[in-house]
Design a binder for this molecule. Structure first.
Ligand SMILES: *[C@@H]1O[C@H](CO)[C@@H](O)[C@H](O)[C@H]1NC(C)=O
Length: 486
């Protein structure tokens, strides 16, 4: 199958159809390493299941975080009165899981909403987002940390968590803590939040929002539903859940997979003849899919990837990977291995697992599940949802996301569908196209691929700010005026 490796770096919608749910360990032998190489991530360890956890006791381990190599900010931010912390919380209903997290107090006000970010994968660490997307700092090539002018901590009290267990610095001494579905994932996240708010009661009253990207399109709706259910049942500390946002997510695979060819045709990646041929195959696949184990379908359709070989990158169709390098996250691994940094984080001798193939494989049974089903209930209860997508991402493209959002049945569906698309304006220019009705918003972000906060940091920060403040649907100018008047 060596010759097929190449296909994973090329655009082959049919293969993509198969790439995502390549749902068995056997196929991952070539699939996953390719994906990791794509991100230029080479974790020294595959998963954090540790034999003798001697570094962390049963109770909370949390400490103020002071990175040793943070450069002074230009704009007068001072760390002196900002609460930054990192550490581990034991996960209450797990066997022995410890979840690692970062907390960054808002640079603006402690009263800002609490926002949690989840990176996808499944099995990739949220540090990817901390240092390359929306965290307070960026890593310079000389391993200094530089303040990020568009960190989401400018408008929120920002939490990142390494999850599912085994990812990033999160670990367990018990293999049973590896999760296989959204029930397990969302229960652990709920336990994590309970631990966080128990330790930080000063933030309990704040608005709370869940955000994330990519495979988090699965985690987020499940997590939001879990929090809402806990609130209704008065299960633990009440969490002031106001909304959840999914960026270039995978939420309703059946609809989103069908949209690959539509998107590829629209973008001129494939011709109509390819489109027809692939769609025919897809119908066939669907029938097979319904009847047979997915593995079978993947195995036997791989040769068909040769129908198209375009060297294009599925996280951003505008770009070509240079050599084997698409994204370059190597600075992060370098940075997180520095002794003084590890001491600051209090991670003991736990390895950093940037993307865990074990966690990824364990979640494959969850891949094709439709997570849209729990969303209408949340909308009806007044919880807001924002779905946004960078327009040049193929893997979780905006079209597929737009399709499931439009197809979703809820009391405001008709009104949402007929609502006008309006420009999302940042600095007097159109940064995206927005459609909103009631609690539901959809935003197509211009000039961005899979990782919107990386590609369009300013627009992403504006988006978060307006959305959490409830002013997203006002035009940019109005929103700015409003803020100016206040
Ligand atoms: C490291 O890089 C940053 C950002 O480029 C720069 O501001 C800083 O002066 C550099 N530090 C050293 C010690 O070279």
């Amino acid at each position: 199958m060596g010759h097929c490796n190449r296909c994973f770096f090329t655009l082959c919608p049919l293969l993509l159809l198969l790439l995502l749910p390549s749902s068995s360990g056997a196929d991952l032998q070539f699939d996953f390493p390719a994906k990791i190489r794509d991100l230029n991530l080479f974790p020294s360890q595959d998963v954090n299941i540790v034999r003798h956890p001697n570094c962390h006791a049963d109770k909370l381990v949390e400490k103020p975080l002071r990175f040793p190599n943070l450069l002074p900010a230009q704009s007068g931010v001072s760390l002196d009165n900002l609460a930054h912390s990192a550490g581990y919380y034991p996960i209450a209903h797990s066997n022995a899981a410890r979840m690692f997290y970062f907390f960054f107090e808002s640079r603006n006000s402690k009263k800002d909403p609490v926002v949690i970010w989840l990176t996808g994968g499944p099995g990739c660490s949220s540090e990817l987002a901390v240092f390359y997307e929306n965290g307070p700092f960026k890593i310079a090539d000389n391993m200094s940390l530089v303040w990020n002018d568009y960190g989401w901590d400018k408008v929120s009290n920002l939490l990142y968590v390494d999850q599912p267990t085994g990812t990033g610095f999160s670990y367990s001494s018990d293999k049973r803590d590896i999760r296989h579905d959204e029930e397990g994932v969302s229960n652990d996240l709920y336990d994590f939040l309970q631990a966080f708010f128990a330790e930080h009661p000063e933030y309990v009253e704040n608005d709370f929002f869940i955000t994330g990207e990519s495979y988090a399109g699965h985690y987020i709706p499940a997590f939001a539903a879990r929090v809402h259910r806990g609130n209704k049942a008065k299960e633990g500390i009440h969490i002031n859940l106001k909304g959840f946002a999914i960026g270039n997510g995978l939420t309703d695979p059946a609809i989103q997979y069908k949209a690959y060819t539509d998107y590829a045709l629209d973008m001129g990646i494939i011709q109509k003849t390819d489109y027809d041929r692939i769609n025919k195959l897809m119908v066939l696949m669907e029938q097979l899919h319904a009847r047979l184990h997915i593995l079978f379908v993947i195995r036997y359709s791989i040769p068909s990837c040769h129908i198209l070989t375009i060297s294009m990158w599925y996280y951003d169709i505008r770009k070509k990977c240079e050599g084997s390098l698409c994204y370059d996250f190597s600075n992060m691994e370098k940075f997180l291995s520095i002794k003084s940094v590890r001491d600051a984080l209090g991670v003991g001798d736990i390895a950093f697992v940037s993307c865990s193939s074990t966690v990824y494989q364990a979640m494959l049974v969850d891949w094709m599940r439709n997570l849209e089903v729990g969303i209408p209930g949340l909308l009806e209860d007044g919880i807001n949802m924002l779905v946004y997508a960078g327009e040049y991402d193929l893997i979780c493209n905006w079209l597929g996301n737009s399709k499931w959002v439009h197809a979703m049945e809820w009391s405001g569906q008709k009104e949402f569908v007929s609502s006008p698309e309006v420009p999302f304006t940042v600095d007097d220019s159109e940064a995206g196209l927005l459609k909103t009705y009631g609690p539901l918003s959809f935003l197509k972000v211009h000039d961005a691929g899979h990782m919107v906060p990386m590609d369009q940091p300013k627009a992403a920060l504006e988006m978060l700010k307006r959305w959490t403040q409830g002013t997203l649907s006002e035009s940019g100018d109005d929103a700015e005026k409003l803020v100016a008047e206040m």
